[in-house]
Design a protein around this ligand. Structure first.
Ligand SMILES: [Zn+2]
Length: 152
């Protein structure tokens, strides 16, 4: 499944949702979609996150879909995954050494963050689908009883 979002969706919908789920409301976080050439040097993967722990400020850059080369990545693009991955990095900021944040990454931490991100997103999407299914069943039940479609 591909999830391609606009900067507006990321900023206004996805970021506030995940910031609250991950208890990061006390951080000032911005997210932007940028072309590969404008991404932080040496951090030009799918996304990156510059952060300042003292000020609790962070800037997340998501790679523009125009610069996404499917051959470079095993799975399809999921910008929500890109965002949540960077937010989970913020949660673990204090467990990272300054060296981890440079090019030589801590692969164990990276793997843990990737797994946790996938789990969080799976839970969110599964529950959303359940809610949608439930509300569809409810609407069908009301409709069969009253003969009137339910207005939502
Ligand atoms: Zn990472």
């Amino acid at each position: 499944m591909e999830v391609i979002l606009t900067e507006k969706q990321l900023e206004e919908d996805y970021l506030p949702f995940w910031q609250s789920v991950l208890s990061l409301q006390d951080w000032r976080i911005t997210v932007s979609i940028v072309r590969e050439r404008d991404m932080l040097k040496d951090h030009r993967g799918l996304a990156n996150c510059w952060r300042n722990c003292d000020d609790k400020a962070a800037r997340i850059q998501i790679r523009d879909q125009a610069d996404f080369n499917p051959e470079d990545f095993i799975i399809g693009r999921d910008m929500e995954d890109d965002l949540v991955h960077e937010l989970v990095h913020i949660v673990f900021t204090h467990l990272e050494s300054p060296r981890d944040r440079k090019v030589e990454r801590n692969d164990d931490l990276e793997r843990a963050i990737t797994q946790m991100t996938a789990a969080l997103i799976t839970l969110k999407r599964r529950n959303y689908q359940e809610l949608l299914d439930r509300s569809a069943r409810f609407a069908a039940a009301v409709e069969s009883r009253c003969g009137e479609p339910l207005v939502r």
